[in-house]
Design a protein around this ligand. Structure first.
Ligand SMILES: Nc1ncnc2c1ncn2[C@@H]1O[C@H](COP(=O)(O)OP(=O)(O)O)[C@@H](O)[C@H]1O
Ligand SMILES: [Mg+2]
Length: 308
């Protein structure tokens, strides 16, 4: 099946000279939930902005449902609903008014029954005549989603949908995303929470410093994220890892006083027993040991260096 979004050799350098995206290649499949995972400043919002036709690419090409996002902007934009990271500011209009207006912007005929359903699904129906200025932060966020859905888009972008959102709204949002997917809508969300990518996505793309460093089915990525490290503090420092221990791929740190073993918590055999036996056979004694989980930052750095 042809991808619903296809990004080829996309780079973006802002007017400031800062390169926010570097040779991004990505295909989004019809009907999937795709999570773009990366730390702040990675380039997630820039990438979304370019696909939505709001930000100009410096080079590369982007097609949505086979249409070029620049040449066929009106077509591609009407296929997309965008829930931006920032909250709405048109505080003077009512909930009903702003959502209906959004639909009209895309040239769709009025459809009050549909708008009503969207507002009901988002628990906004009883607020339909309220002014936006009177809504709570959570309600404003629901409203942003209603606006994005007003013109019945086939693709929905959610940029950091749950950053600073309470638990109830987060649950509602996830339910809504699943229901939309069930109706055939393709969903792309950005997040810097591993947990969110894990709960929601079919596939995950990891973006770091403007580079898309991997795109993986969720299960495979979670295996990589499940790595832990065991640090052994040696009684006597050593100059090098003894060859007899090569198979454990240990890393010697802190001037030869510590050995670090990285293992996969989800693997059937994590290898610690064998490691301890081999250490004993090699005559190495340790005075302390502790385990640490790899931080997201370490994982990103690890993935980047693995590629080089
Ligand atoms: N209009 C702009 N001009 C210059 N630099 C920008 C602009 N917008 C974003 N950036 C920079 O590009 C990088 C990526 O930003 P962004 O796409 O917002 O990342 P993310 O959404 O992953 O946090 C950041 O370093 C940011 O400071
Ligand atoms: Mg962002």
């Amino acid at each position: 099946m042809t991808p619903v979004i296809s990004v080829a050799h996309l780079s973006k350098t802002y007017a400031s000279g800062f390169q926010a995206l570097k040779d991004i290649n990505l295909e989004i499949r019809h009907g999937e939930i795709f999570a773009l995972l990366g730390p702040n400043g990675a380039g997630k919002t820039t990438l979304i902005g370019i696909i939505c036709g709001i930000v100009n690419p410096s080079s590369g090409s982007i097609a949505v449902d086979g249409h070029d996002v620049i040449a066929d902007y009106r077509v591609t934009r009407s296929l997309i609903g965008l829930v931006p990271q920032e909250l709405a500011t048109d505080i003077f209009s009512s909930v009903w008014g702003t959502v209906s207006f959004s639909r009209g912007l895309f040239g769709k005929p009025a459809h009050p029954a549909y708008i009503q359903k969207v507002l009901q699904d988002l628990s906004l129906w009883d607020k339909k005549d309220h002014r936006i200025a009177t809504l709570s932060g959570g309600m404003k966020r629901r409203l942003m989603i209603a606006k994005a859905l007003a013109h019945e888009p086939r693709i929905l972008f959610l940029d950091e949908p749950t950053a600073g959102v309470d638990v109830e709204l987060r649950k509602d949002m996830w339910e809504m995303v699943r229901a939309l997917r069930a109706s055939g809508v393709t969903i792309i969300l950005t997040t810097h929470y591993i947990e969110e990518a894990e709960q929601m996505a079919d596939r995950v793309g990891v973006i770091h410093k403007g580079e898309l460093i991997l795109v993986e089915n969720k299960a495979e990525l979670m295996r990589k994220l499940g790595q832990k490290q065991l640090t052994l503090e040696l009684r006597e420092p050593i100059a090098a890892v003894p060859p007899a221990l090569a198979r454990h791929r240990l890393v010697l740190v802190d001037g030869g006083s510590k050995l670090v073993y990285t293992y996969d918590t989800q693997a059937e055999h994590i290898g610690i027993t064998g490691l301890i036996d081999d250490l004993h056979l090699a005559g190495l004694r340790f005075k302390d040991l502790f385990t640490t989980e790899r931080s997201l930052e370490e994982i990103f750095v690890g993935l980047v260096t693995e590629r080089r």
